[in-house]
Each structure stands twice: as structure tokens, then as C-alpha cells.
Design a protein around this ligand. Structure first.
Ligand code: AHR
Length: 614
């Protein structure tokens, strides 16, 4: 093919805000993920309503006797359970994944709300199977509910830590917490550093949050109105601000409990910390994601619209305003600079959604004419729901419409011209969620190719974010995902590298080009498939990858300096033409040839020898 570039031509101007990230609390992206809290189920609020396998003591073991209570002796109304621990008993938390992760020499801040007879003592210890991880701390309890704190310095690195609180006399405990001091930007109630830094490195221009299906599934009632007051409420931002011990927990749509420790204040702060524009999504009083219900309760609709106006005040209002004052009290007197807000996510009832959307839009525009109110186009990119939603949005001259699709890599190659035909005078597009179905190199390449089509149409496509962003490998509800992690490591997908490349190199303007032909994209994508494994020379003596028959495919004894391999490995890999194994040292790149163009299954084994003490 011959490509001719017209250096003097003027294609679409590309906004600096073109690429961003979409954070949803799916795959334990918040608790057990970006939110740095190490204790799981810290306030004993897990419930079978969140997940059939949960109890209020999930992730805890009791030695002696203890009982979770929900009675008038509770710490507060919105976080109801607490643990009554009998004299001489202890309770131990197992954290997430393999346990609490602590690193040698680093500090960890423990806190607990406790009530006990004056003179009682709590002993707090941090251990793993090999022994003590930090010197135990004693906390003297002074009577009624109070918050107590202690600091640990880890004497060893471990990903298997257990936190134990033991009491001399009967005691009530709630909000048992252990945070690394070294959170992202050292913020309190902060974020896990490696994950936040990976997101920051993308250089995203916006953060869409908090969902996704998370936002508008479940009851639209608030905490106190709800008949099942504690569970399955849509994501309502007011539940998620203020002191953490006063935040109500909720059943997460994705099948677990969400503590809201990472709440709206923390989302805004994170967006600010990474230099991105915050872009919240609020429920439109129609349930989405396959749940087709529209509420006809006018009072409830009015309350949600008012909540949305209050959210804008929380983000942007002066400290003298009701909600601006709450923001200031949480530590941020200056405004967060909210400019865009989305109403709704993947509603299956386009007409019902749109009728309610229009009411939100009118109320927001009346009070905050400078805010861009983003509408929605339904659950996927085709079919009558999508078409009807777009038609309604066009007719009403909506500013911007959010659309989502997850498709094969072939689809992404074949639809590079998707936006060529979009109405130039119509609503702008916010591509709020998209991904080709896989984390292999071919998926990343198909997405990269598709993104050139987004840029070519940057006069119509104004914002785009891959989805989902994060996945804890032990709690996966959705794949592929951009960044993977467990309790001690995180690694990027090939798709991440594409996003990073585009986000860090946003052009000003498209330079028009033509090609003599178009590659044939009708068949399956062939070519190299990526596998890499994660190990650093600081922690490992060597790493090697072998096929099931023992053939060594790749090894590195880390004799070169600062080798760092990325991503996970193991399992069965079906590859066509060749598997591409890579470390950062260019010389180590290895092609594994499959010999012909057919499909071949490989069982790849990754073996790494750890350095002593790592
Ligand atoms: O990104 C995962 C899910 O995909 C989102 O929650 C939802 O909006 C979409 O269906």
C-alpha cells in the first residue's frame, strides 16, 4: 500500500481532553484495589445480601468468642454492625488475596473505633505464618466509643499478613483499619500507590466514575427510605462522603460489598491529583444493564435531581454554600472544577430514560449553564434501543451522548470508519466504554487501529475511554481489563500500552492522508501473540518460560541491569503464527515460531527464582 500524506491539509482538531479513563468498582477495583485499605470487611458489614457466601465475619477469624451485633449500641446509624468481643478473645483479619501486604521498613497506620470498660487493653499484632511482621502495639481503651490509632513499621516484607486485635476485657470494635502510610501522594484515606501511578502514567485527560452498571442498578431510594435500607441501592454520591465510619456500605452490582471508603471526595481528589477532569455519572431513575424499570415516583425523581445539583455544588460551590462547606470540611476548600456530568448508563428503556434525562438536563442547565450534561445511548451500539436513544438525543439537540461497545478485534478493524458518517451538526460523542474482547497483542493493535478512526473524526468524537480499567486477578467479573493486580503486584496489559501511547501523544490536528488500498480485514487476525511475565532483577535471580514439553522459550538470569518483565503468565495459550515473549532488554525478545499459519496450543510455564528475603 502507498500512503500519501498532505502536510498542508487541515483535518479535524483534536481536543486535549480526547482520551481519559473510566473507573468502575468492578473486579474489586476499589476495596481490595485502588483504595489502599488493607483490612477486608473492616466494619463487619458484609452480608449474604451482597453475596450468598458472605457473613458479617467474612475475612475474620475469632479466637475465643465474639458476636456481630446490630443494636442500639452501634457506633452510628449508617454503618450499623459492630463486633462484640468477649474478654480474653481476639479477632484476626486476612485482608484480600493472600493477605495483608506489608513491605520491610514501611509504616502502616492502624485505627479502630472501640468501646470497653475503662482500663481495658487492646493488643494489636501483625504476623504471617513465619512470625511477627511488626512489633505489637497496646491500646488502652477509655470507655465509650472512641477512635484509637497506632503505627507499625514492618520488619519484613510479606503478602500474607494477618492483623489481630485481642482484648483483655469485653470490648466492642468497629472500623478496624490498616493503611499504608505511603499512599498515592501520601493522601489520607488514600489510594494504593502502584495502581494510582499506573493510571497517572497514562496521562488521562478525564476520569469517568463511578460506573457503569454500578450506578443505576438496584433501588433508587436512599439509605433511610429503603425498605431493605442497607442493600442494593443505586450509587448515590451522598452515601459516600464524610467521615468513613459514617458512610453506609452497599451491595455492589458486581457481587460483593462496597465500603464507599473510596467515595466521591476521593474520586474528585484523585482526578485532581492526576491532572484529569472529573466526569461523574449519576443514575437517571431508570435502571440499566438489563434491569428494565423506570420509576414513576415524581418526589423521588425530584430528590435525585436535587442531589445532582447538590453534587455540582459539592464540586464547585464556595465554602459558604451548604455542599461546598462539606467539601472544605473534608479538606478541600478550593473547588474541584467540574465541567461535565453524565446522567444515566446503558438504560434499556430509551423513551423512559430520555423523559427523565430531559428533567435533569433542564434543572442543571437552569442553575449551571456552563456544565455539559452528557446523555446516554443505551446498552450497546446497535439495535432499536440505540437508534431510538440517538434519535431522541439528536432531536433534542443534546450536547454529548455516551455510547459503549465491546466487540471482537475484527470488528474494531472493520469499523475504523464508524464515525465518518456521524452527523457533524448533531450531538458530540463520548465513547465512554469500549474494548476488543481480549488482552492479547492483536486486541491492542485492533484498538490502536480503531483509535486512528476516532482521531480522524475528532470533530465528532470528543472523549474516549477504554473499559474496564482495573481487575484484581482473584476477583474477576469482567475481562479483558486494562490494568491487572493482586495484593502485591500490578501489571499492564498490551491494551494499556496502546492507551498510554495515544494519551501521551495527543496531536493538535489530524493531517489528512490517503492510501492506495485498504488492508483486508475480513478474516481472523493472525500474527504475534504477546506473553510476558513480571519479575524485577531486584527481587528475582532468574526467570524462565518453558512450553509444556519442557522446551525453554525464554530465560533471563538478570545479568543485564534493571531487567523488568511485565505481565503475568502461565496457562494455555492458543497462538497463531508465533508467540512473542518479551522482556525489557531488547536483546532478549524472542519469537516462538509455530511453524505454519494454523492455530497451536501451548502450555507455558513461568518459573522465577526469588532472591532470598524477597
Ligand atoms: O465496563 C463494564 C460494564 O460494561 C459497565 O459496567 C457497563 O456500563 C457495561 O455494560
Amino acid at each position: 500500500y502507498e500512503i500519501t500524506v498532505d502536510p498542508n491539509g487541515r483535518g479535524a482538531a483534536i481536543d486535549d481532553t480526547m482520551y481519559g479513563v473510566f473507573f468502575e468498582d468492578i473486579n474489586r477495583a476499589a476495596d481490595g484495589g485502588l483504595y489502599a485499605e488493607l483490612v477486608q470487611n473492616r466494619s463487619f458489614e458484609y452480608s449474604t445480601a451482597d453475596n450468598g457466601s458472605y457473613t458479617p465475619l467474612t475475612s475474620w477469624t475469632v479466637s475465643g468468642s465474639a458476636e456481630v451485633r446490630d443494636d442500639s449500641g452501634r457506633l452510628n446509624e449508617r454503618n450499623r454492625n459492630y463486633l462484640a468481643l468477649s474478654a480474653g478473645s481476639a479477632v484476626t483479619n486476612a485482608g484480600y488475596n493472600t493477605g495483608l501486604r506489608v513491605e520491610k521498613g514501611k509504616r502502616y497506620d492502624f485505627s479502630v473505633w472501640a468501646r470497653a470498660e475503662e482500663g481495658s487493653t487492646l493488643t494489636v499484632g501483625l504476623k504471617d505464618a513465619a512470625g511477627t511482621l511488626a512489633t505489637a502495639r497496646q491500646v488502652g481503651v477509655l470507655g465509650g466509643w472512641r477512635r484509637y490509632t497506632a503505627t507499625f513499621t514492618a520488619n519484613r516484607t510479606s503478602s500474607h499478613g494477618r492483623l489481630t486485635v485481642a482484648t483483655t476485657r469485653a470490648a466492642a470494635l468497629d472500623m478496624v483499619s490498616l493503611f499504608p502510610r505511603d499512599t498515592y501522594k501520601r493522601q489520607s484515606n488514600g489510594l494504593r500507590k502502584d495502581l494510582a501511578e499506573k493510571i497517572e502514567a497514562l496521562n488521562p485527560a478525564f476520569v469517568r466514575f463511578p460506573g457503569g452498571c454500578l450506578v443505576n442498578t438496584g433501588s433508587m431510594e436512599d439509605y433511610s427510605e429503603s425498605s431493605n435500607w442497607q442493600r442494593k441501592r443505586s450509587y448515590q454520591w451522598k452515601d459516600t462522603i464524610g467521615p468513613v465510619e459514617e458512610r453506609a456500605t452497599n451491595a455492589n452490582f458486581w457481587g460483593y460489598n462496597q465500603s464507599y471508603g473510596l467515595g466521591y471526595y476521593e474520586y474528585f481528589r484523585f482526578a485532581e491529583d492526576i491532572g484529569a477532569m472529573p466526569l461523574p455519572v449519576v443514575p437517571a431513575l431508570v435502571t440499566g444493564c438489563g434491569q428494565n424499570r423506570a420509576t414513576d415516583d415524581e418526589a423521588l425523581l425530584k430528590r435525585h435531581i436535587q442531589d445532582t445539583l447538590d453534587l455540582i455544588e459539592f464540586a464547585n460551590g464556595p465554602v459558604t454554600s451548604t455542599w461546598g462547606k462539606k467539601r472544605a470540611e473534608m479538606g478541600h476548600p478550593s473547588p474541584f472544577g467540574l465541567t461535565h456530568l453524565a446522567v444515566g448508563n446503558e438504560e434499556n428503556l430509551p423513551r423512559e430514560f430520555f423523559a427523565r434525562f430531559q428533567k435533569f438536563r433542564a434543572a442543571i442547565e437552569a442553575e449551571y449553564p456552563d456544565i455539559t450534561v452528557v446523555s446516554n445511548s443505551g446498552p450497546d451500539d446497535s439495535g432499536s434501543t440505540f437508534d431510538t436513544a440517538w434519535q431522541l438525543n439528536r432531536e433534542a439537540d443534546v450536547d454529548m451522548v455516551d455510547e459503549h461497545y465491546y466487540n471482537s478485534p475484527q470488528w474494531f478493524l472493520q469499523n475504523n470508519d464508524r464515525y465518518n458518517s456521524y452527523d457533524r451538526g448533531g450531538p458530540k460523542v463520548f465513547l465512554g466504554e469500549y474494548a476488543s474482547q481480549g488482552n492479547a497483542l492483536k486486541n491492542a493493535l485492533a484498538e490502536a487501529a480503531f483509535m486512528t478512526g476516532l482521531e480522524r473524526n475528532a470533530d465528532v468524537v470528543k472523549l474516549a475511554s477504554y473499559a474496564p480499567l482495573l481487575a484484581n486477578e482473584d476477583y474477576v467479573q469482567w475481562r479483558p481489563d486494562l490494568i491487572w493486580f493482586n495484593n502485591h503486584a500490578s501489571w499492564n496489559s498490551a491494551n494499556y500500552e496502546v492507551q498510554k501511547l495515544f494519551m501521551n501523544n495527543v496531536g493538535d490536528r489530524v493531517v489528512p492522508s490517503t492510501a492506495t488500498g485498504t488492508p483486508d480485514v475480513s478474516g481472523p487476525i493472525t500474527g504475534a501473540v504477546g506473553l510476558s511475565t513480571w519479575a524485577t532483577s531486584a527481587a528475582y535471580d532468574d526467570v524462565r518460560v518453558t512450553a509444556a514439553d519442557g522446551t525453554e522459550l525464554l530465560s533471563d538470569d538478570f545479568s543485564g541491569d534493571a531487567s523488568r518483565w511485565t505481565h503475568t503468565g502461565g496457562g494455555s495459550w492458543s497462538v497463531q503464527d508465533g508467540a512473542y515473549l518479551q522482556s525489557d532488554e531488547a536483546a532478549e525478545n524472542t519469537m516462538v515460531s509455530a511453524g505454519d499459519a494454523g492455530w497451536h496450543d501451548y502450555d507455558l510455564h513461568v518459573k522465577a527464582t526469588k532472591k532470598a528475603g524477597k
